[in-house]
Every structure is written in C-alpha cells, then in structure tokens.
Design a protein. Sequence first.
Length: 147
Amino acid sequence: MWISMNDIFCLGVPGPSGNENDTFVSNDTIYKVNNLLNCNGSILQLLEKITWHNNLFNETFYSLYAFTGFEGRSIMPVIQQNLVKNAEPATSIEIDTYMAAIGFIKKSNDGRYANNDYEVWDLVPRNVLKDRDGDIFIVDAEIRKVR
C-alpha cells in the first residue's frame, strides 16, 4: 500500500521522533515512518533488522504496513508496532538485568549488548519501556548479526 506524504498525518497523532523514524500514534498502534538512515538507504537491510528484532523481542514485533515518500525521489517504509500503554522509560539497571536474563552480555555503558548470534545497541531508556507490572519492552534497537 502507498500512503501519499500529504496523507501521512492520517496515521495518527505525531509522537516522538528520532534519527530514523517519525512516529504516529493511533489507539493501540504506533506507526513509524522510517527514513532508512540507519540502514544505508536499504529497504532490505531494514526488513532484515525487523526480522532480527521480531526474533529477539517478539513482544514488540514489527510488521510492514505501507510505503510512503516523495514520488520519483524517495521511498520510506511505514512499519507498525503495538503501542506499549501506561509505560515509562526503563532504567539502565533494569535494561542490563533484562538483557542478561535473555542471554546477552553487556559490552559497554552506551546500551550495547551481545550474545553468540547478535549485537544489539542503543538500548537506552528512551528505547526501552517498563509497564506497571515491571515488564520490559524493547521498542527500538539497532541490531546486527554476528558473523
């Protein structure tokens, strides 16, 4: 599906944006318009990263919703994720504990972790949420496969 840039705000209320995503919130869903900046401009690299995210953090799985962009100039995937409601940013200690519990070793103080298969980084409080029950949700991460 193609969403015209003129209609992109129909996805929902603009939410927090970062280096690679502009977000829009609608009911139980967050839509992320990805500019491919962290994927070297490659849709395939983004889809690969989404697959890895879904394998590691399936409680916050992504799915491809649509594409948008400026005709003849750019294409940006629109991905969707369930909205984690009533949550707050997790602390660094909570993130460290969660990642250790799922088999990752802390590599540095900047939210970088690794196991035998993956390196995951940018796991900082703005990208990791904690709900009222104390459950941790990785909502945004950079991931690469260890070769």
